[in-house]
Design a protein around this ligand. Structure first.
Ligand SMILES: O=P(O)(O)OC[C@H]1O[C@H](O[C@H]2O[C@H](CO)[C@@H](O)[C@H](O)[C@H]2O)[C@H](O)[C@@H](O)[C@@H]1O
Ligand SMILES: O=c1ccn([C@@H]2O[C@H](COP(=O)(O)OP(=O)(O)O)[C@@H](O)[C@H]2O)c(=O)[nH]1
Length: 461
């Protein structure tokens, strides 16, 4: 088996004893790296006065990580700027929030060149390279320009926008053209894959034949391959001591009321304002349910130096305060709004204590929280997943109650239906959801992608 080099903006060193603090992606990539040997390269998350390409190697639980510090200007223009003020809003269909600045595009290019310069000497001839996400679209082309003819795959973790939206991005064609340097590109859903083909075909004259896109003398294979979670491990985690303690803490504080839970980074793509409004509508339409339920929204701050994230935080503070002010009683508050993150083992206990998992992003590449909620449930008495039809997860999780997150009426109706759902129906829906979560888990995802990459036809590239 060839050595694997994973490259991503964030690199998480696996720390076996604190499994609860890792995301599912980190767990999957670490497992793939352990199986094949290799290394995980990316940004350390730290800043340095002047970029020097110094690589910090660490070995942990059988995985080697190699990280570099970035200059403040790189972080501002590449991570905060082009990645999170330009691409993230655009790729989540929010062109009203997308900022098109030459400095961001320049910093993005420079930083990707720095990554390429730094990682290139580490690559051996038979290594397989797997680049992750929108921070690094052009990295494959930069590596090719440095003589790297290894197999290189790319996986996009966020949606691919409709062609007319992508057309608003200056130099969109150059960005997409650079992606033809890859041997295989993965998307979470068929919908995002088709949107990519739509742009490549109509705006660039690419020819699409089955799962291959051709542009001039280059071609790239495409695959829809939804990421999963470490389902079995996560279900087991929901029985761990921290999970049980968190479960007990929630049940005690619920005082016999049904809990609805939301867990999301504080991000405008997650539809938190619309969620609160949907819940408010539910309280309004069903006065008899007030004081019988409460919504726990866990929302750790994210990308805090970006203004649109500061605005959504302010707006949610106002909205939760208004709803609580309007409906609360001396012994009941309708929304518990928490700006703090929790380790995944504690989260699994919180999920298990909730009668409803409310996952209503306006647009989301996948959404692992939806899968974690299902994996954490008690098989004898599971809760109900209410899921946005605009999350990538909705393509697989059709036994959830699927809603339009923009419609407060639909969210309200789904909450009511979920609270009233007979145990038999809850079990029936959960069993189907859980079977899917277990079958297409995170190991399946990594193996499916890597097998396709190893088979990809490299004769033309
Ligand atoms: O690294 P951050 O800027 O703090 O952001 C965290 C991650 O957010 C995005 O996650 C996406 O990937 C998930 C796994 O495939 C998917 O379920 C979710 O729908 C996506 O939003 C981002 O794409 C990652 O690169 C970030 O690390
Ligand atoms: O307080 C928190 C909130 C979230 N998460 C984890 O963060 C991930 C969020 O992934 P998702 O795909 O839902 O969304 P993203 O944040 O990647 O857009 C999930 O594994 C959550 O368990 C966590 O560990 N602690």
């Amino acid at each position: 088996m060839n050595r694997l080099i994973v490259i991503s903006n964030r690199v998480t060193a696996p720390k076996g004893s604190t499994a609860g603090a890792q995301g599912g992606l980190a767990v999957a990539l670490a497992a793939a790296l352990r199986d094949r040997g290799g290394m995980w390269f990316g940004w350390s998350g730290e800043q340095t006065d002047q970029f020097n390409g110094h690589i910090n190697f660490q070995r942990n639980q059988g995985v080697t990580t190699a990280t570099v510090d970035l200059e403040e200007q790189d972080v501002q223009e590449y991570y905060d700027g082009y990645a999170n003020r330009t691409l993230w809003p655009l790729f989540h269909y929010r062109i009203d929030l997308a900022e098109y600045e030459r400095d961001f595009a320049g910093g993005y290019k420079r930083t990707n060149q720095r990554f390429a310069d730094t990682v290139r000497p580490l690559v051996e001839p038979d290594d397989v390279i797997w680049i992750q996400d929108y921070h690094m679209f052009p990295l494959g082309a930069e590596l090719r320009a440095r003589g790297c003819d290894n197999r290189i795959g790319f996986f996009l973790h966020i949606p691919w926008p409709p062609r007319r939206l992508l057309g608003t991005l200056p130099n969109a064609q150059a960005l997409v053209e650079s992606m033809f340097a890859y041997d295989l590109i993965g998307f979470h859903t068929e919908e995002w894959l088709e949107s990519f083909c739509d742009f490549a075909r109509h705006d660039m004259g690419a020819v699409i034949e089955g799962n291959i896109a051709r542009l001039g003398d280059r071609h790239v294979e495409l695959i829809a391959c939804p990421i999963g979670i470490d389902a079995t491990e996560f279900a087991a985690m929901s029985q761990s001591v921290p999970a049980r303690l968190a479960y007990r803490r929630m049940r005690d504080s619920a005082d016999g009321r049904d809990m609805i839970v939301g867990v999301d980074r504080l991000d405008y793509s997650k539809g938190l304002e619309e969620r609160f409004l949907g819940y408010e509508r539910f309280l309004n339409e069903h006065p008899e349910e007030r004081k019988e339920v409460f919504l726990l929204q866990v929302a750790p701050p994210s990308r805090v130096s970006v203004e649109s994230y500061q605005r959504i935080r302010q707006s949610l503070e106002g909205l939760s305060g208004r709803i609580n002010g309007a409906y609360a009683d001396v012994d009941w508050v309708p929304i518990r709004y928490v700006n703090q993150g929790y380790p995944r083992d504690q989260l699994s206990g919180i999920y298990r204590a909730a009668k409803i998992g409310l996952v209503t992003p306006l647009r989301d590449g996948m959404n692992l929280v939806a899968k974690e909620y299902v994996a954490a449930q008690d098989p004898e008495d599971p809760g109900v997943l209410v899921l946005s039809r605009f999350a990538g997860a909705a393509e697989q999780m059709t036994d959830a109650l699927l809603v339009n997150p923009y419609s407060a009426e639909e969210v309200s109706d789904a909450l009511y239906q979920a609270l009233r759902m007979p145990r038999q129906e809850r079990v029936r829906r959960w069993e189907k959801l859980m079977a899917g979560v277990q079958e297409q888990d995170v190991t399946w995802w990594a193996e499916t992608f890597l097998q396709a990459l190893e088979k990809a036809d490299m004769t033309v590239n």
